[in-house]
Design a binder for this molecule. Structure first.
Ligand SMILES: *Cc1c(COP(=O)(O)O)cnc(C)c1O
Length: 236
């Protein structure tokens, strides 16, 4: 489902987001440069995405392979990330089209990414997705599995782990998710001290439209915003 958003609506949304972000940065004594604002562009048409880019959105993320492929050529500029669950058989379709895959949720997927990256003679940057609230419905490594998973992935030749990603319970308020953001930050810092090969804990991807303020206060370095920028959309 693609829906049109007027330039004025986007401008207003972006302004409101910037204001919320500034408040969270001020509250936590952090700087604007410390945070990447990524627009989650599912269901948003290429024209609207290009408009957002012209207004200063520098990072965009798709969460479905098919949708990424259908829009990719029509979008001008911006760093492209993949943020959704990725099936191993689709890795080859996106490997050269994105700079970062946020959603490595199994060793099998990491292995396939490394294999496809090797064929293209590149090193693919990824984040490990952590199922921080141990939700049955969610993808990702359990927090207690993360170190072992990273150690195994670090042996593959063409993949580099740049950090961690999490999607805490979506129905929760920001305050309810604060404990999960805090746990993610602790895991991120703990893993960084281990200095595991082929990894560096640079990116902590957490915080969405309803809770990014709290995520920023708790150490997020990359927020993924859909609704707050593009309005409520119909998901199919
Ligand atoms: C859609 C999506 C987002 C953005 O969600 P909003 O609540 O609309 O801001 C962030 N991350 C992922 C992985 C998504 O699929």
């Amino acid at each position: 489902m693609m829906e049109k958003l007027s330039a004025k609506e986007f401008d207003e949304n972006f302004k409101a987001v910037s204001k919320r972000l500034s408040a969270a940065l001020e509250k936590s004594g952090r700087k604007k440069e410390d945070i990447i604002l990524l627009a989650a562009t599912k269901t948003v048409d290429a024209e609207t995405i290009n408009y957002a880019i012209s207004k200063g959105i520098n990072f965009i993320g798709e969460n479905r392979v098919q949708e990424l492929l259908s829009k990719n050529e029509s979008i001008n500029g911006a760093h492209r990330h993949f943020i959704g669950h990725l099936q191993t058989n689709k890795v080859k379709d996106i490997i050269e089209k994105v700079e970062l895959i946020h959603s490595v949720d199994s060793i099998k997927l990491a292995k396939e990414i490394s294999k496809q990256a090797e064929k293209k003679n590149i090193c693919m940057k990824v984040l490990l997705e952590i199922n921080i609230a141990n939700e049955e419905s969610k993808w990702g490594f359990k927090p207690e599995e993360a170190v072992a998973a990273l150690e195994e992935i670090s042996k593959f030749g063409n993949i580099f782990v740049k950090g961690l990603m999490a999607i805490p319970p979506v129905a929760n308020s920001g305050e309810e998710n604060r404990k999960y953001f805090r746990q993610m930050n602790k895991l991120f810092v703990d893993i960084a001290t281990k200095k595991i090969d082929n990894s560096s804990m640079d990116i902590l991807s957490m915080g969405m439209s309803d809770d990014f303020d709290v995520a920023v206060e708790e150490g997020s370095t990359l927020i993924r915003l859909g609704t707050a920028l593009f309005g409520k959309r119909v998901y199919n």
